[in-house]
Design a protein around this ligand. Structure first.
Ligand SMILES: Nc1ncnc2c1ncn2[C@@H]1O[C@H](COP(=O)(O)OP(=O)(O)O[C@H]2O[C@H](CO)[C@@H](O)[C@H](O)[C@H]2O)[C@@H](O)[C@H]1O
Length: 212
C-alpha cells in the first residue's frame, strides 16, 4: 500500500467522480456565484465484530491527504523520500460512494462485503443518521449505518474492489485501542471518524463506562 511513486499534480482531468461547476444565483436581488464540486453521495458504516469484540476499520492511501502534506511549490514532482506516502494512509470506517441507482442500504451492504469481507443481511443495517457533508464546495450527503457482525459472516478477506484496483487494508481494533488512537494530537482520519466513534461508545458499546 505504501509503494507510491511518480507523484505529480496536473490541472484537473474530468472523471465520473467529481465535476467542478460555477453556480450562479441571485440573493436579495444581488447576483452571486459559487465554485462548487458536484460529488456523489456516500455511505459510512460503523462495523462491530461481536465475536471478537472489535471494531472493523479500513486503512487506505488517500491522495487528497497526501496532496495537503506537500507545499504547492513542490507538487510538480513530489519527492516521496521527503514526504513519505505512509503519512497519508488514513484509518476510517468502511465507506463508499453511491455510484449506482440503489438504496443507501444496498450500497452499504456491498461496501461491507467488498472492503471488509462480511456478508450481512439488509435488515442488520441500522441507519443512524444522514448528514449534509457541507462545505462551501460540496453539499453531497452521507448516510451512516451501524452493523454488528460475527465471525460466521466473514466470507472473504475484503480489501476492496478488484475491478476498481482498490487497495484497502482491513484493521480490527479493540475499542480501547481506537480510543487511544483518537486521543493523538493529529488523527489521520476523516472528521466523521470521531463523531461516529463517540456515537458508538455512547449508544452501543456495553463497556463504555469502564474505559471512559
Ligand atoms: N475522486 C476520485 N478520483 C478518482 N478515483 C476515485 C475517486 N473517488 C473514488 N474513486 C475510485 O473509486 C474507488 C471506490 O471508491 P468507494 O466507493 O469505495 O469509496 P471510498 O472508499 O473511496 O470512499 C468514498 O466514499 C466515502 C463515503 O462517502 C467518502 O467518505 C470518501 O471520501 C470517498 O472517497 C476508489 O478506490 C477509487 O479507485
Amino acid at each position: 500500500m505504501e509503494d507510491i511513486s511518480n507523484v505529480h499534480v496536473t490541472d484537473y482531468i474530468p472523471t465520473i467522480y467529481t465535476t467542478p461547476a460555477t453556480l450562479h444565483y441571485k440573493q436579495n436581488n444581488q447576483a452571486k456565484k459559487a465554485n462548487i464540486f458536484l460529488e456523489r453521495n456516500g455511505v459510512v458504516i460503523v462495523l462491530y465484530n461481536k465475536t471478537k469484540d472489535m471494531l472493523v476499520l479500513v486503512k487506505q492511501f488517500r491522495p487528497s491527504v497526501f496532496h495537503q502534506l506537500v507545499p504547492e511549490a513542490e507538487r510538480t514532482s513530489v519527492d516521496t523520500n521527503k514526504y513519505p506516502p505512509k503519512q497519508a494512509i488514513t484509518l476510517e470506517f468502511c465507506a463508499g460512494l453511491e455510484d449506482k441507482d440503489a438504496p443507501s442500504e444496498v450500497v452499504a451492504q456491498e461496501e461491507i462485503l467488498e472492503e471488509c469481507g462480511y456478508q450481512v443481511p439488509l435488515e442488520d443495517l441500522e441507519q443512524i443518521f444522514r448528514f449534509c457533508n457541507l462545505s462551501e464546495t460540496t453539499g453531497a450527503r452521507s448516510t451512516f449505518f451501524y452493523c454488528e457482525v460475527t465471525e460466521a459472516q466473514r466470507v472473504s478477506q475484503g480489501g476492496g474492489s478488484v475491478e476498481e484496483h482498490e487497495i484497502v487494508e482491513v484493521i480490527e481494533m479493540k475499542v480501547e485501542d481506537v480510543l487511544n488512537y483518537s486521543r493523538q494530537s493529529y488523527v489521520c482520519s476523516p472528521m466523521n471518524f470521531m463523531f461516529l466513534f463517540n456515537w458508538f461508545l455512547y449508544h452501543k458499546y456495553p463497556k463504555t463506562r469502564q474505559i471512559a
